[in-house]
Design a protein around this ligand. Structure first.
Ligand SMILES: Nc1ncnc2c1ncn2[C@@H]1O[C@H](COP(=O)(O)OP(=O)(O)OP(=O)(O)O)[C@@H](O)[C@H]1O
Ligand SMILES: [Mg+2]
Length: 458
């Protein structure tokens, strides 16, 4: 912009100077040349007329002053076309002898010439013409000069600017293209980085998945037969209880009172009634436990299923439930969990990836809580979006790091507890499905991460 101003002021000065010079010099030059020409022509005319008049003086040297009529006729014959002139003849005492008078507008140009008779001056011839036509023509020349000056001014003032503007435009365009290319490179670079991070995380998840699959497989078999045995045991215990009560009834009718008293004492001392009752509870509790273990094994199997990332129609609430089951062991010592699930449509999403997002958010929430906290998981379907909000009453995220938490490898956790990949991976997964992750947080009060996924996008 500075250069533009500089060029503008330089061209303005040059153009202005040329325009002024043209406006002044053209009429001045025209005037001075025309003035000289007029003056020369007037002098020549005066000389010619005075020579003619001299002839008349020579023919009558004593009385020529009284030949007014002949002199004026002579002057009338010299009258030229297109020239407004006044010619006067004076005698030696400067008395007007004859004239050819024309009304002339002032200013005038006057030239005098001596009238000679045998070498001595006997009178004067005076010839005048008006300068008005010359001045008018000079004025017209001034106008032409002004007009030409203006054209030169405009041309010199605008043309360089146009070319500067053109050059600037080209420069801006080149700059814009460069910036665009730069942005493309930056985007490609961050995509590359994100892909690298995803690959790393995928590797990590794959090994965790393999481990989980192995553990799940190992647990699945023993827990299967423990569960089946417990079911059989439950039936056996019911039969034994049945048999013991039948046996008791029979003994009451046929045994002696001493035997009955002894058996009753033994039954009491061994708390057989309590044992029989408690056996049923123990078996049903154990069955409860084994079915929970089976559920966790099932979740582990779902999580570790070697899926290449294919999407399928899933129920997000079910997905949340199975994620909660998986991380329950982490949560239960630190926080109570509140579910607030709304009715949701089916969502086309990769279930493992959605699990991965929820696991990370739930684990982060748990890590943020010191003790006795609350984690609330809320799901809703609004405006074509499924919203899952995971809120905690933990430490909150300080303002100065809030912008960085989605960056790969950003973590505030000690070595071994966090890699700083969780949120960046989660963000990448949700973004890939056209969704968003929003954060609101207040230091000391807690944080809410809201996952928004469009249902129509898939
Ligand atoms: N609910 C939360 N409350 C407070 N801080 C949080 C919460 N969630 C995330 N953060 C902050 O964001 C950082 C990045 O989280 P992210 O999940 O990406 O990595 P991480 O949990 O540190 O490690 P990783 O998930 O890879 O094991 C965390 O280290 C933590 O400082
Ligand atoms: Mg994390």
């Amino acid at each position: 912009m500075d250069n533009r101003l500089k060029i503008t002021s330089i061209t303005t000065w040059i153009a202005g100077a040329i325009a002024i010079a043209m406006t002044i010099l053209l009429p001045l030059g025209y005037f001075s040349i025309s003035y000289q020409y007029l003056s020369g022509s007037l002098e020549a005319e005066a000389e010619i007329v005075s020579n003619i008049v001299a002839e008349l003086i020579n023919s009558n040297p004593d009385l020529w002053q009284f030949e007014k009529m002949r002199l004026e006729e002579l002057l009338a014959r010299r009258m030229r076309f297109n020239r407004e002139e006044t010619i006067r003849i004076f005698d030696s005492k400067n008395k007007l002898v004859a004239e050819r008078d024309k009304p002339l507008k002032r200013p005038l140009m006057t030239r005098r010439f001596d009238l000679l008779d045998s070498g001595s001056t006997v009178g004067k011839l005076e010839i005048s013409c008006s300068l008005v036509p010359l001045l008018l023509r000079s004025g017209f020349a001034a106008l032409l000069g002004l007009f030409g000056g203006l054209i030169i001014f405009i041309t010199l003032r605008i043309l360089p600017l146009r070319s500067v503007e053109q050059a600037e435009k080209t420069l801006w365009e080149t700059n814009r293209l460069l910036e665009e290319k730069n942005r493309e490179i930056e985007t490609a670079y961050s995509e590359l980085k994100a892909t690298q991070v995803q690959l790393l995380q995928r590797d990590k998840m794959a090994s965790i998945g393999q481990l989980a699959a192995g553990v799940a497989h190992e647990i699945n078999n023993p827990i299967g037969f423990v569960n089946s045995n417990l079911c059989t045991l439950e039936k056996y215990v019911a039969k034994i209880i049945d048999f013991i009560s039948a046996q008791g009834e029979k003994l009451t009718s046929c045994a002696t009172s001493a035997t009955l008293a002894e058996l009753s004492g033994k039954r009491k001392s061994l708390k057989i009634d309590y044992v029989l009752e408690d056996m049923k509870h123990l078996i049903s509790e154990s069955l409860d436990g084994t079915s929970r273990v089976q559920k966790i094994v099932q979740d582990l199997k779902t999580f570790s299923r070697n899926d290449t990332g294919a999407d399928s129609l899933i129920d997000v609430n079910t997905c949340l439930e199975s994620t909660i089951n998986m991380v329950w062991n982490e949560i239960k010592y630190k926080a109570t969990l509140q579910r607030d699930f709304g009715e949701l449509p089916q969502l086309k999403f990769n279930p493992q990836q959605l699990n991965q997002v929820f696991i990370n958010l739930l684990i982060n929430a748990t890590h943020a809580i010191d003790k006795d906290g609350t984690i609330t998981v809320r799901s809703r379907f609004e405006d074509g979006l499924i919203r899952v909000a995971i809120s905690d009453t933990g430490c909150g995220i300080p303002e100065d790091i809030r912008a960085k938490i989605f960056e790969p490898f950003f973590t505030t956790k000690e070595v071994g507890k966090g890699t700083g990949l969780g949120l960046s991976i989660s963000f990448g997964i949700i973004k890939k499905h056209g969704g968003e992750i929003e954060v609101t947080s207040e230091v000391g009060k807690g944080t809410t991460f809201t996952v928004l996924v469009p249902v129509s996008a898939e």
